[in-house]
Design a protein around this ligand. Structure first.
Ligand code: DLL
Length: 443
C-alpha cells in the first residue's frame, strides 16, 4: 500500500448497507429501480417512447435488471439533438441545476438535475470522500473549476454532504493555492492529477510540504497512471484517489477507487454499469475490455438509459479487499472516439478543424495535434499548414498569423495551445481515417 497508513479502514465505508450489499440484494434493488425508471421515461420522455416503440419494447417487457439489454442505447449525439432540454422527464420548473461537459465549443452537452439528483450527487461524492479517509472534521480544498464543468461543484457538494469544510478555490494561480492550503490548514485537496503533481512539485520547490496538513487528494477528470499516483503520494506524504464521472451521468462521483487501488468502485445502486464489446455491443465478461455504458437508475431530471460513454475499460464483480461489493472498473485504456482530455478539458480534433475553417483563409484544414506531458502538465501542440505565400512573406506576417491561430484555438478549445505553422503538404496525408492526434503521454 502506497501513501500513508490510515487506521480503521472499516470506518471509511459511508453506507455499508449499500456498499457491501450482496449481489442478490443489489440486483433486486437495481431491478426495482430500473422497472420504475423505464416506465418513467416511456411515459415522460418522447425520445425514449419513440426509441422503445421502434424496437418494439414496452415498459412491461422490462421485469428486472437482466432485461436491460432489450433497451435502446443513448449517445452523445442524441443529447446534442435534444439540446438543451429535450430529454427532461420532469417539467423545467423542477430543474434545480444544469451542468455541462468540459468542452467549450459547439453545442455543449448539458445535463439537468432536480434537487433530489443534486442530493444524490453529493451523497455519491461523500461516499468517495469517506473512502479516502475523510470525515466532517476535514477541510477540503477544491481546485477544480467551478462553473458548468462539474468538477468544482461536484466536490463541493460532496464536502457539504459529508459536513466537512469546502474551500472553493477553483483552478489557477498555484502560489495562491499553496498559500491558502497552508493558511486554512486544508486536510485534502481535489483537482486533476496532472495539476496535483504540478502543485506537489511547486510545494516542494517552495519548501512548504512539511507545513501542510494534507492527508489525501482526490484526482480525476482525465486518465492517469499508478506511477503518477505514487509520485503525488510520495511528495505530499498522502494517499491519492482516482475519481471518475461524466456530466451526463452525474459529474464526479460515478466511481472512485479505495485504498487498495484495484479499480474504481462504481455506485451501481444509482448508476448501473455495463461493459460492452464495441463491435457488436454484446456484454463483455469480467476482465474483458469494452465500452462503458451507464443507466441512471434513480435520476429524475434527465434520466439516461444505456448511455454510451465511449470510455474503454473492464469490470470486476468480486468483493474487494476493503469489503465493498460494489464492482470495480479499471483505469481507462482509451476511448472509442478520438476525444482527448487535456488538463481536464475534453478536446475533439474536429473542434480544431472547425476553428481553422472559421478563420477564412491563411491556413489549410490540414492539422495534427501532438499531446505531451512537460513538468507534469499536458501540453497541446497544434501543427497547422499555412498558405505558401506566408512563407515567402516577411517573418512578421507569419508571427502575426501564428498568434491569431493560437488565439482562435484557445477560444475554441478552452485550453492554451502551442501553434506550429508548417509549409503546405508537410503533414502526412492518410488514405484511410486521418490520424489527427499523436499522444506522447504515457497513460
Ligand atoms: O470530467 C467529471 C469529473 C470532474 C470527473 C472531476 C472527475 C473529477 P466531463 O467533463 O463530462 O466530466 O468529462 C467526462 O472525462 O467520459 C472520461 O473520458 C474523462 N474522465 C473523467 N474522469 C476520469 C478519470 C468530468 N478518473 C470524461 N480517469 C469521461 C480517466 C476520466 N478519464
Amino acid at each position: 500500500m502506497a501513501g500513508v497508513a490510515i487506521e480503521n479502514w472499516k470506518e471509511t465505508i459511508r453506507d455499508p448497507k449499500i456498499e457491501c450489499m450482496s449481489r442478490d440484494e443489489m440486483n433486486a434493488l437495481q431491478s426495482e429501480r430500473l422497472v420504475k425508471q423505464v416506465k418513467n421515461v416511456y411515459e415522460n420522455v418522447e425520445f425514449y417512447r419513440r426509441k422503445m416503440d421502434e424496437l418494439g419494447v414496452e415498459p412491461g417487457d422490462i421485469r428486472g435488471i437482466e432485461d436491460i439489454h432489450k433497451l435502446p442505447f443513448t449517445t452523445k449525439e442524441d443529447l446534442r439533438d435534444n439540446y438543451p432540454f429535450g430529454l427532461l422527464a420532469v417539467p423545467k420548473e423542477k430543474i434545480a441545476r444544469v451542468q455541462g461537459t468540459s468542452g467549450t465549443t459547439g453545442k455543449l452537452t448539458l445535463a439537468s438535475y432536480t434537487q433530489k439528483d443534486v442530493d444524490v450527487w453529493g451523497e455519491c461524492v461523500a461516499r468517495g470522500l469517506t473512502m479516502a479517509g475523510l470525515n466532517a472534521a476535514d477541510r477540503i480544498h477544491v481546485c477544480y473549476g467551478y462553473g458548468l464543468f462539474t468538477g468544482g461543484m461536484g466536490l463541493d457538494l460532496g464536502a457539504q454532504a459529508l459536513g466537512a469544510m469546502a474551500i472553493p478555490m477553483s483552478s489557477g494561480n498555484t502560489k495562491r493555492q499553496l498559500m491558502c492550503m497552508e493558511d486554512f490548514g486544508a486536510t485534502a485537496f481535489a483537482c486533476t492529477p496532472s495539476y496535483a503533481l504540478y502543485l506537489a512539485e511547486a510545494a516542494q520547490e517552495a519548501g512548504i510540504v512539511d507545513r501542510l496538513q494534507i492527508k489525501a487528494s482526490i484526482n480525476g477528470a482525465e486518465p492517469w497512471t499508478d506511477e503518477m499516483r505514487k509520485k503525488i503520494e510520495s511528495i505530499f506524504h498522502i494517499n491519492s484517489f482516482d475519481i471518475y464521472g461524466l456530466c451526463e451521468i452525474t459529474g464526479p462521483g460515478v466511481a472512485m477507487d479505495c485504498i487498495h487501488h484495484k479499480g474504481l468502485h462504481v455506485y451501481e445502486d444509482y448508476f448501473y454499469p455495463e461493459v460492452l464489446n464495441p463491435a457488436d455491443q454484446s456484454a463483455c465478461a469480467d476482465g474483458e475490455t469494452g465500452e462503458l455504458v451507464f443507466t441512471t437508475l434513480a435520476k429524475e431530471g434527465m434520466p439516461l438509459i444505456r448511455y454510451r460513454t465511449k470510455d474503454l475499460t473492464s469490470i470486476e464483480h468480486d468483493t474487494c479487499e476493503c469489503g465493498r461489493t460494489l464492482p470495480r472498473i479499471q483505469k481507462f485504456t482509451g476511448r472509442t472516439d478520438d476525444m482527448k482530455v487535456i488538463r481536464g478539458v475534453n478536446v475533439f480534433p474536429t473542434q480544431v478543424e472547425t476553428a481553422l475553417l472559421s478563420m477564412g483563409g491563411g491556413v489549410a484544414p490540414h492539422y495534427m495535434l501532438i499531446v505531451d506531458r512537460e513538468n507534469n502538465l499536458d501540453v497541446l501542440t497544434v501543427m497547422v499548414e499555412v498558405d505558401e505565400k506566408y512563407f515567402s512573406d516577411e517573418i512578421r506576417k507569419l508571427d502575426a498569423l501564428k498568434s491569431k491561430v493560437g488565439a482562435v484555438l484557445k477560444q475554441a478549445l478552452g485550453v492554451s495551445v502551442r501553434v506550429k505553422l508548417v509549409e503546405p503538404k508537410t503533414i502526412q496525408r492518410s488514405e484511410g481515417k486521418a490520424k489527427r492526434v499523436i499522444d506522447n503521454r504515457d497513460l
